[in-house]
Design a protein. Structure first.
Length: 294
């Protein structure tokens, strides 16, 4: 009798989380997909089915092309800058002592902050008159480099990215630190006994053994980069002149500022598909790494 009804216990415990997941993830996702085929404004109950017109418009929208270009630039920078910075910090702070622990806490602190707080902090840092960036440039005699970083179309995107990377680097550092604990110490010592210097050991032993951690870092960084919104919105709102407009910001602007929820939903679908591709690649790389180390 017990064996026949043993599914009741796990089903009972799964009911609440599955219900919450359906209510706050699956159903909204399906709603967004449905509205991407409509001209719904985001309020009221009146809308018409226009099927693929929103997606056809995407390919001719200059602002969408601009958002794609900015997102590609952001993603390329995200896959390199905070990843390499996190790896370097992990290698420098992998020892267990009071100084390293203090530095680990210091570098991890930004990831514990809200992205909105991070944005506000960096708005102060980039302030044309009182910001630490311009004050430092003036202090070292480089006044000609000082500028309104967030108001300049040539520097806005990079300036906002620096703030985002500052927060993201701490998470990457922690993941790489966890990965370094799995590197066999005898293997490193054997390489050094054979005459390999630090850089040769790092390139031939440590880095290859960090492949699982690297896959996790790259996947999380890519996903976080694609959905990054709060920092950009607080610092520039996608401006000036759409120079820092990424897909996430463009989707929000079209949906909630211009009241084109149907078109915004189609942009959300595109963003979802891009994220889904990265997730699929992540699971494939994870499976390959598991086969390698089995």
């Amino acid at each position: 009798m017990y064996k026949r009804y043993k599914w009741i216990v796990p089903a009972t415990f799964l009911f609440l989380p599955v219900t919450v997941y359906l209510a706050f993830v699956i159903i909204p996702t399906l709603n967004s997909l449905f509205y991407s085929f409509t001209d719904w404004a985001g309020y009221g109950a009146d809308f018409d089915l226009i099927w693929l017109d929103n997606f056809a418009r995407i390919f001719t929208d200059r602002l969408f092309s601009n958002a794609i270009k900015n997102t590609a630039t952001w993603l390329a920078l995200a896959m390199s800058v905070p990843t390499l910075a996190g790896l370097c910090l992990a290698l420098a702070l992998q020892g267990k002592n009071a100084v390293n622990t203090a530095y680990k806490s210091l570098f991890y602190l930004p990831i514990a902050l809200s992205p909105i707080i991070v944005g506000i902090i960096w708005v102060w840092i980039y302030s044309p008159q009182l910001g630490i960036v311009n004050l430092t440039l003036k202090a070292i005699g480089q006044e000609h480099l000082a500028r309104a970083w967030l108001a300049n179309p040539d520097t806005a995107l990079i300036a906002v990215f620096v703030a985002w990377a500052w927060q993201q680097t701490g998470l990457n550092m922690v993941i790489f630190l966890a990965g370094l604990t799995s590197v066999p110490v005898p293997l490193v010592e054997a390489a050094r006994v054979d005459g390999a210097n630090y850089w040769q050991t790092l390139r031939r032993v440590t880095i290859p053994m960090l492949r699982p951690a690297t896959v996790v870092v790259m996947a999380l960084t890519a996903i976080n980069a694609l959905k990054s919104f709060e920092v950009i919105w607080v610092m520039t709102k996608g401006g000036p002149f759409n120079s820092s407009d990424t897909l996430a910001v463009f989707m929000y602007s079209e949906s909630f500022r211009k009241y084109k929820m149907g078109y915004g939903s189609s942009i959300a679908v595109v963003l979802f598909l891009m994220t889904l591709i990265i997730i699929v690649l992540y699971f494939r790389q994870t499976a390959a790494a598991e086969e390698l180390y089995d």
